[in-house]
Design a protein around this ligand. Structure first.
Ligand code: PNS
Length: 163
């Protein structure tokens, strides 16, 4: 049996925290699908779905069991379609817990065929989020410690203002 996991998120843009979770998930499952998904609470995206997908593809390098896809529908429909056994999510702090717990229970109610598996962030990525990256970049701050080098120019070009 091919044990497939789906790691959904906005990834706007992908950060080193996401990349750490992708790498660790790829060691736990036969195949990991990083799913650029629609979060209806986030209306102003910085990068298009296709741009986000392409940036993730560039940074996953030689992780041969990882692929990237896009979905603008319900997560569980996608999970069911690809026969995934798990939904991978990341927990950074207690503040993530309530929201993630609610989504995990709702997803389980909608589709019983997959488990949500939480991976805890590493200590150095605890504070890291795409919105922190976007905010620092839009004030022309240094984001090189937060995002993979390969996509640094894309983010700087999109968000940094020229003096
Ligand atoms: O990175 P994010 O924005 O915290 O990820 C949230 C995301 C995209 C995983 C969540 O909004 C989601 O699952 N969207 C897909 C639509 C869906 O199934 N929503 C119901 C979740 S209970």
């Amino acid at each position: 049996m091919n044990r497939i996991a789906v790691y959904p998120g906005s990834f706007d843009p992908v950060t080193l925290g996401h990349l750490d979770i992708i790498t660790r998930a790829s060691q736990l499952f036969d195949e990991v699908i990083v799913l650029v998904s629609k979060n209806i609470m986030k209306t102003n995206s910085c990068f298009t779905y296709i741009e986000r997908k392409q940036m993730i593809e560039r940074v996953i390098g030689n992780l041969s069991n990882v692929k990237v896809d896009i979905s603008d529908g319900l997560l569980v429909d996608y999970v069911k379609n690809v026969n995934a056994i798990a939904i991978v999510k990341c927990l950074r702090a207690v503040s993530d817990f309530e929201y993630e717990f609610q989504m995990a229970l709702a997803n389980k109610k909608l589709y019983d065929g997959a488990e949500t598996v939480f991976l805890t962030t590493t200590a150095e990525n605890m504070y890291l989020s795409s919105s922190v990256v976007r905010q620092i970049a839009s004030f022309n701050g240094d984001i090189s410690h937060f995002v993979p080098n390969d996509i640094l120019p894309d983010i700087e070009k999109r968000l940094m203002t020229k003096e």
